[in-house]
Design a protein around this ligand. Sequence first.
Ligand SMILES: *Cc1c(COP(=O)(O)O)cnc(C)c1O
Length: 247
Amino acid sequence: MPNLISSIREKYLFTLDQIATAARKSARDPNEIRLVVVTKSQPLEVAQAAIEAGARILGENYPEEGVTKIQSIGNQSGVEWHMIGHVQSRKARLVTDHFALLHSLDSLKLAHRLSRFAGEANRALPVLLEFNVGGEESKAGWDASDESAWDAFLPEIAQLLALPHLQIRGLMSMPPLGRDAEDSRRFFRQVRRLRQWLADQLPGGDWRELSMGTSMDYAVAVEEGATLVRVGTAIVGERRYTSEDDA
Ligand SMILES: *Cc1c(COP(=O)(O)O)cnc(C)c1O
């Protein structure tokens, strides 16, 4: 365990350092950027070690796997759990009961359920809207690959803003897997343009967060305006298993 913690700590601190460098390069305050350490498909010990190594936000992709870890580790002060993967409607309650922020809201149907369950739990759930800027069939989120067609999803987004127990805080995106970090830049720029467009169209909304960038391209994401980066393997190593939900 001590080895695991110190190895994660070293990579965690290195990542924070890279984030700060990228932020300064684009004249941003490094404090505007939060690092989500992605522990999906990692055993409990790795999530625990990440917390001991200093991680303050942990990201999980599968509601059940995440809840098992949250319950085993218990409420540690100052630690937040974020849901970053696709959530099936029937798992919505796990999210409203256990997570601080949902990065990957990808349908109106899920939004309605989340709002209802959050209301029952007497809370408001902060969420980010997932957009698919690469236009890949396999990716979740509203298709935002064609800028001339952004009008198409505006009515749905306006409906989301009106849901009583959801707090929309910004956008999330996962660009197509490229060969290197620079391949992601144009997609991150597109997400940032989309945020500006949404803020212009729906000025009553809160569009401050941009969740984008993973192990391979988080520095480019920070240069392009990310406020949340989601880094797994670069900090906690290769994933140990594939969740059943992965199929
Ligand atoms: C797995 C995952 C990540 C982390 O990816 P790494 O390559 O391990 O950094 C980030 N975001 C989402 C949505 C993921 O599913």
